[in-house]
Design a protein around this ligand. Structure first.
Ligand SMILES: Nc1ncnc2c1ncn2[C@@H]1O[C@H](COP(=O)(O)OP(=O)(O)OP(=O)(O)O)[C@@H](O)[C@H]1O
Ligand SMILES: [Mg+2]
Length: 249
């Protein structure tokens, strides 16, 4: 007979939605990522911090299949993504909201949002999700016919996030969503990101504002010169704020 349990059942950590193991990546002969290993638990926000040029955006590009010369393992829910083309990675459930937002300026807000559903053909689902985006971002509903290039920076950031969400992603990659935004707009954007997590989305958040990022993230990694130099829970990294800061400048 099994002995009576002496302790409460262990609380199992959530499974990882995404894991990178020993990822290396190069642009032509410029080797920029060195043995990157990351665990992104299901339903969490994981912050990726680091100074300019540390390799944060390259890490997101390697995940989303945009750097041809990438080796190592990138697993999404047990499915190997390394070596897949960017459109296959998107279809597998990874949405990448790139640095600098990159909305399509000459197209309307609505057209930009609809473009995000490029991997889908469920017309009713797409229409329902478009409506969901307009509920999540009322400013975009008001401006649905306006050309995206004429939106404010904050509105363009909302549009870039809405476009990415139209993929119905398993994992959302956000590259510096606060860049160039006024502090009160940054607050709005971060509140939206926190809300997406509440809805169960898994998010990788690249940020220049370490403190703000750690305030909404569950855990984080610090990169320097293309390698992971620190990792831990947000509380652990927050209590080592001096060391984290030393890698950010
Ligand atoms: N297309 C490219 N071709 C060659 N080298 C590149 C390319 N893109 C980035 N790099 C180099 O890769 C390194 C990492 O750049 P990356 O853009 O990933 O940094 P980052 O951490 O996102 O920086 P930032 O905070 O400035 O956005 C840098 O040395 C950069 O010069
Ligand atoms: Mg970058």
């Amino acid at each position: 007979m099994a002995p009576a349990a002496r302790y409460a059942a262990p609380v199992h950590a959530p499974a990882n939605a995404l894991t990178l193991t020993g990822v290396n990546a190069s642009y032509e002969d410029n080797h920029v990522l060195h043995d990157i290993t990351l665990a992104i638990p299901q339903g969490s926000i994981v912050a990726i911090l680091g100074a300019n040029g540390a390799g944060k955006s390259s890490t997101l590009r390697a995940i989303s299949g945009q750097i041809r010369n990438t080796t190592g393992s990138i697993m999404l829910d047990g499915q190997e993504l390394a070596g897949k083309a960017a459109c296959q990675v998107a279809a597998a459930g990874i949405a990448h909201c790139p640095e600098g937002r990159q909305v399509f300026g000459p197209m309307s807000v609505r057209e930009n949002i609809e473009l995000g559903a490029f991997t889908r053909n469920d017309h009713d689902g797409i229409a329902a999700d478009l409506e969901r985006m307009f509920t999540l971002f009322p400013r975009l509903r008001e401006r649905s016919g306006q050309l995206a290039g004429t939106l404010s920076g904050g509105e363009q950031q909302m549009l870039a996030i809405a476009r990415a969400l139209m993929l119905r992603p398993r994992v959302l990659l956000l590259d510096e969503p606060s860049m160039g935004l006024a502090p009160n707009i940054v607050n709005d954007v971060f509140a939206i990101i926190a809300g997406l997590k509440e809805d169960g989305l898994t998010i990788v958040l690249v940020e220049q504002f370490a403190r703000r990022a750690l305030a909404i993230a569950d855990s984080g990694y610090v990169l320097a010169r293309g390698a992971v130099v620190m990792s831990g829970s947000s509380a652990e990294l927050g209590s080592d704020a001096g060391l984290v800061a030393s890698y950010l400048s």
